[in-house]
Design a protein around this ligand. Sequence first.
Ligand code: CAA
Length: 379
Amino acid sequence: MHFEETAIQTELRELTRKFAQKELAPLIEEDERNETFRPEIIRKLGELGLTGIPTPEEFGGAGLGYQEYICVIEEIAAVNLGYAISVAVTGLPQLILSKFGTAEQKAKYIPGLASGTAIGGFALSEASSGSDAGSLRTTAKREGDHYLVNGTKLWITQGGFSETLILMARTGGPGPKGVSAFILEKGMEGFTTGKREKKMGIHTSHTMELVLNNVKIPVKNRIGEEGEGFKVAMSALDGGRITIGASALGISRSALAVAKNHALERQQFGKPLMEFQGISFMLADMATALEASRLLVWQAAWLRDEGKPFSKQASMAKLFASDSAMKITTDAVQVLGGSGYTQDFPAERYMREAKVLQIVEGANQVQRTVIARALSKEN
Ligand code: CAA
């Protein structure tokens, strides 16, 4: 494993940073306030080749690895988490279809997602099945050449904007083995969006309820065999959790920068805050937690790129980087004091953004479960 970025990784990082600073940063404060999402931003990221980084070139992706992917996600998250999550969620169907899709499914759905002309979605959670994903209740009953799907999905990122969603529904008995995965398309009859959540943060990312009322999903839209859906979802989340870790790096980095600048500039008792050990030690701890998070995220990405098992390390990266982001952003608010608690500085937004990373793509308690289960299987 190496920790020095390759030329292509640095190039991608610079390209994304430039775009995020120029096109995204000027919009963010107002769009967060007004809860505005702009699909054209995803399209523009797609034009730069940034929405399908780990997707094979034959389907319109960049054909690169996760080590490149995390550079892009970190840079977007450093400016706004909502768009980083939108890119990551658009990546999930690409990941799933590249690995489990038929030739026809790959050709039909991946190019739009990889080019950013279509936004992706991932519909697993329901009101009564969040962490216990295998207990989901949405049903898919086979009727000839289609399935009749009924149920309600909850907390679906950009569910109203997604053109192509991966839907997990029950085709068999109770538990994970009764779950199958399907491709759900925007506009299918009986598929509507319900309420949009009013959230603490990431307002540029709309979190939707999806209502499925006798939706006819063709059998050819099933991914893999009946009963394989839970494994499809879990293996996609292994990869997704690395992108959540990368998002945490972006937020932590921005929070640390704001806090450091403030500590260097703000004078109290006749000297900069940085000269008070109480503050400088906080910044030292923040920087150390960020570096440790970075190493875990890179390790998970590297393992995945090398084709080695990475599920445990992805959970560790997600867990540690998001818990660290929560601590780093909370401390950034503290370093800024009264200003940190106001919307004149972005520190309070970073703190609200960090919180969701401890919850999405598996609450951090679930990450600990995955890690503990892996530990007990090891010699
Ligand atoms: N890869 C492949 N297969 C896997 C797997 C993985 N990572 N994890 C589990 N499986 C398989 C198991 O091997 C098992 O199969 P066998 O019986 O054949 O061995 C099967 O799946 C069931 O596994 P478990 O018995 O471990 O299942 P469980 O019911 O105990 O659940 C869990 C395990 C880890 C808690 C899981 O339910 C989980 O991850 N929950 C959290 C769900 C989650 O992350 N939701 C996020 C929603 S999506 C989101 O947030 C995206 C967004 O919009 C931003």
